[in-house]
Design a protein around this ligand. Structure first.
Ligand code: ABT
Ligand code: MG
Length: 148
């Protein structure tokens, strides 16, 4: 079964949106196999956003993501990387459709509420970066036969 990494950013946590966002994930039928509230070190932020290190917004991005706690999650499900990105919406919340997390809660690219892995390869890298193996839990959902 595929896995992906989602992270509610400091703006989402600061606006009390953890519960609303987690509800959407559960209602969709995705399984949460890891979750934690945590602060992000500068080193972790720079590694996570390494592909943007040469971009002009890199400094602001690192400052933002380290500015308050984030809520990190690993989700499991069929095609979950793509499904996760669909739930999250487009990078720019102004262009994200209503019904998506960014479309419903966000206004600016720089503070766009939540992160979702953009490919299976990124998901594998990000899960290994953010979670220890023992923090990921193997269990069955009661109603999983209705989901798949
Ligand atoms: P993430 O899920 O945060 O990776 O966003 P997404 O994959 O949708 O978009 P990318 B392109 O990876 O953007 C990473 C972060 O950089 C911010 N950004 C991006 C800017 O501030 N200005 C820009 O012009 C672009 C392209 C948005 C993303 N995060 N935040 N916060
Ligand atoms: Mg990205």
């Amino acid at each position: 079964m595929e896995r992906t990494f989602l992270m509610i950013k400091p703006d989402g946590v600061g606006r009390n949106l953890i519960g609303a966002i987690v509800s959407r994930i559960e209602q969709k039928g995705l399984k949460i196999v890891g979750a934690k509230l945590m602060t992000v070190s500068e080193e972790l932020a720079k590694t996570h956003y390494g592909e943007h290190s040469e971009r002009p917004f890199f400094g602001e991005l690192v400052d933002f993501i380290t500015s308050g706690p984030v809520f990190a999650m690993v989700l499991e499900g069929e095609n979950v990387v793509e499904v996760g990105r669909t739930l999250v919406g487009k990078t720019n919340p102004a262009e994200s459709a209503p019904g998506t997390i960014r479309g419903d809660y966000g206004m600016t690219v720089g503070k766009n509420i939540i992160h979702g892995s953009d490919s299976v390869a990124s998901a594998e890298k990000e899960i290994a970066l953010w979670f220890k193996k023992e923090e990921l839990i193997d269990y069955s959902l009661v109603n999983s036969s209705w989901v798949y």
